[in-house]
Design a protein around this ligand. Structure first.
Ligand SMILES: NC(=O)c1ccc[n+]([C@@H]2O[C@H](COP(=O)([O-])OP(=O)(O)OC[C@H]3O[C@@H](n4cnc5c(N)ncnc54)[C@H](OP(=O)(O)O)[C@@H]3O)[C@@H](O)[C@H]2O)c1
Length: 330
């Protein structure tokens, strides 16, 4: 069936301005890290992507290495763009990144100009795009001069291969420095992509202040702590869940077990707010004015719908915020 996007796709989504730029992003964006790779079921990915766009999720976030195998999420996007989303290209914000291990040898990872620009060309080819909307340096490179990495981002824009640039996983000082270099080059840093959730609050310690001061947007990844801040693990670790996948070393059954008592208490609080735990966790990251968008993953349309309904209640009373603090510190 050819895809026709819903006429009501802009009816319920909230759009936030990205820092001091002209670009607005949906309060909830869809990440393609997992669930869209070569080993995943294409029709499930297609259903999630279609539903997301139908609900006003105009931003899909990719990277060169997403899959598994690496590169395959971009290939899936390329296929879906051709078959479904082609008429809607100008309604979509597509990002990709380079920084992690992608091909053998000294030019296949980190932050050299050689790697970043070659990787962007490969990404464009896999996705069948002339340009991406946002191109990121995926992680800071301790050995490459920051001028070189930022210079490569600037070149990507000047070559017409990216409209905006961003950085991911940079600490506060490096972010300040990167912002200065990019400003001097005439290509402002649009956005930073850090990890942020109730279980990982490092950005509250300086980074958010830098982003506000510099007018840089912030899209936070893993706001559900990879599923730990949802009902996914409340009754044990189900077969097929991310924590059971051995190649996915970023979330282990031990992490889940350690955090479960807090997740259970948070779930009770969410219920009192008339929300699911996932909805409360998303509202909680969005409570910070510096946060432009919560970047979620979803392995089903049902999870996506649960998450999008977070937008029905983004407000917290002081008592609720204090109760959350108490649980997180317990
Ligand atoms: N810049 C970086 O270095 C970096 C790093 C990581 C991620 N990211 C980006 O951030 C995106 C999101 O990361 P993430 O996938 O870790 O985010 P997340 O939203 O914290 O976790 C997504 C996972 O949580 C579970 N889940 C989501 N909604 C649920 C619900 N309503 N009920 C029950 N379970 C639910 C699913 O796990 P199951 O698969 O078990 O169903 C889903 O795959 C990525 O796709 C990527 O675009 C960027």
């Amino acid at each position: 069936m050819p895809y026709l996007a819903s006429d009501s796709r802009y009816a319920s989504m909230l759009y936030n301005r990205t820092g001091r730029s002209g670009l607005k992003l949906p309060a909830i964006s869809l990440g393609w890290w997992y669930n869209f790779g070569g080993r995943d079921v294409l029709e499930n990915g297609r259903a999630i992507a279609r539903r997301a766009f139908d609900m006003g999720v105009t931003h899909f976030d990719l990277a060169n290495n997403y899959g598994p195998p690496p590169g395959s999420a971009e290939e899936t996007f390329g296929l879906l763009l051709k078959q479904d989303f082609h008429p809607y290209r100008d309604e979509l914000i597509i990002s990709t990144k380079a920084g992690y291990d992608m091909w053998p040898g000294p030019y296949g990872e980190w932050g050299s100009r050689k790697y970043l620009l070659a990787s962007l060309d490969q990404s464009l080819k896999r996705m069948g795009l002339d340009y991406v909307d946002i191109f990121y340096s995926h992680r800071p490179d301790p050995e490459t001069p920051l001028e070189e990495t930022m210079g490569a981002l600037d070149s990507a824009v000047r070559q017409g291969k990216a409209l905006y640039v961003g950085i991911s996983n940079y600490g506060p000082e490096k972010t300040e420095e990167a912002a200065r270099i990019l400003r001097e080059l005439g290509t402002p840093c649009l956005i930073h992509q850090p990890r942020y959730s109730m279980f990982d609050r490092w950005i509250e310690d300086g980074l958010l202040d830098v982003l506000t001061e510099e007018g840089i947007g912030c899209i936070v990844f893993s706001p559900l702590a990879q599923g730990q801040l949802t009902d996914r693990y409340l009754g044990g670790i189900p077969t097929g869940a991310r924590a059971t996948k051995t190649e996915r070393v970023w979330l282990t059954p031990d992490d889940v077990k350690k955090n479960l008592p807090k997740a259970k208490k948070l779930n009770e609080l969410a219920k009192q707010r008339g929300q699911s735990l996932a909805q409360m966790a998303l509202a909680w990251v969005l409570r910070k004015p510096a946060v432009t968008s919560a970047l979620i993953g979803a392995s089903s349309v049902q999870q996506l719908d649960d998450n999008l309904a977070a937008l029905n209640n983004l407000q917290f009373s002081d008592d609720e915020l204090q109760a959350i603090e108490k649980i997180l510190k317990s």
